[in-house]
Every structure is written in C-alpha cells, then in structure tokens.
Design a protein around this ligand. Structure first.
Ligand code: 5GP
Length: 191
C-alpha cells in the first residue's frame, strides 16, 4: 500500500485539547485534505451517523478486521472501546488525489509515525493545562462524569508523549493554533 507519493497528516492530542476544532478549520479551508474516518466500537453519540463520524462496528467485527490485517493501526483507546484506521480508508482518500488527515490517539500516532516515516507529518496539540482540558470536556457536554474522569486521568499520561511527534502546537488561543497548524501542513505538503 505504501507509495512514496502517499502522504498523511496525523493530529493527536489528549481528549479535550481542541484538536477537533483545529481539524474542522483545516478541512474547511483546504479541500485537498480529507478526514480519515476511523472504525470504532463505542456507541454513536446523539446525532452521530455510521460512515460520517466513524464506521461504527461491533467488537466482533472489529476483531475480525484485526485478524484480517485490515487496519494500519488500532488501539483500545478507552477501556472496552477499540478505534482503528482502515487501510481501505487511506486508499479511498489517496485515490481522490487528496491527503488524509487522521485524528487519532497518541499511541496510534506513534505507531503510524514509525510506519510512514518521512511521508507523514505528526502534530501534537497541547492543551494550556489539564484544568483547561477538564473544563473543555465539561462544557462540551458530550461526556458522562465517569468518562470525564477517565479522559482527564488519561490526558496526563498522554502529555508525557508530546516529544514523540514532529511538531507540538500549544492550543491557548484557537485561531492562533489553527494558523500555526495550517502553516506546518502547507510546508510539509509543499503548498
Ligand atoms: P471519541 O470517542 O471522543 O470520538 O474519540 C476518542 C479518541 O479516540 C480521540 O482521542 C481520537 O483521537 C481517538 N481515535 C479516533 N479514531 C482513532 C483511530 O483510528 N485510531 C486511534 N489509535 N485512535 C483514534
């Protein structure tokens, strides 16, 4: 599958760092970037649709795809919930002549960076503080109190991996973080 012309962008961060807002900005401004839709076993949230936010799979189907080597990477990101990037998804985007942008967790990001080397740009989005991240998760209103505790405790651990990525962007001010990320991507893709 790997082809020298096939590049990809990895955006990783602890949950609640504002990474989705930055990706939303990038996709809106750059039609040659395309979001890689992951497969996931968690339940869809209200309003989420299969094939839009995720390809929602049962755990059995997910494990069958692991066995069949259909993932370029996969992780159990939260207890009991699997997430992974399908090879067919990256190929779909490359076949459109576009560059995939991946919103994946820290461990998945490290694996893909190792696999794709110079053909990928990996960016770690850093929240200003764990407290700010907790407040963002609370204000987002999508998580249960238990899930917030889970995500915040995982965030401190994930922060320790920030130096494994090509670049780090501090998301103190969203507009600044968006334009800094955009600049890195333009340089990497030679735009
Ligand atoms: P959420 O449940 O909030 O949609 O996503 C939880 C986390 O899973 C996010 O940090 C997201 O980056 C990560 N994630 C989503 N898709 C993938 C994937 O394909 N692989 C990996 N390793 N992580 C993913």
């Amino acid at each position: 599958m790997k082809n020298l012309a096939h590049k990809l962008i990895i955006i990783t961060a602890p949950s609640g760092s504002g990474k989705s807002s930055i990706i939303f900005y990038l996709l809106n401004h750059h039609p040659l970037l395309n979001l890689s839709i992951s497969a996931a076993t968690r339940k869809p949230r209200a309003g989420e649709k299969n094939g839009v936010e995720y390809y929602f799979l049962t755990e059995t189907d997910f494990k069958t795809k692991i066995e069949a080597n259909e993932f370029v990477e996969w992780e159990m990101v939260y207890q009991g919930s699997y997430y992974g990037t399908l090879r067919t998804e990256l190929e779909r985007i490359w076949n459109l002549g576009k560059t995939p942008i991946l919103d994946i967790d820290v461990k998945g990001g490290i694996h893909l960076k190792q696999e794709f080397g110079m053909n990928c740009l990996s960016i770690f989005i850093e929240p200003p503080s764990i407290e700010a991240l907790k407040n963002r998760l609370i204000n987002r209103g999508t998580e249960t109190p238990e899930s917030i505790i889970n995500r915040v405790s995982k965030a401190s651990y994930e922060m320790s991996f920030r130096n494994h990525f090509h670049k780090t962007i501090l998301n103190k001010d969203l507009a600044t973080a968006c334009s800094e990320t955009e600049k890195l991507i333009k340089e990497f893709l030679g735009w």
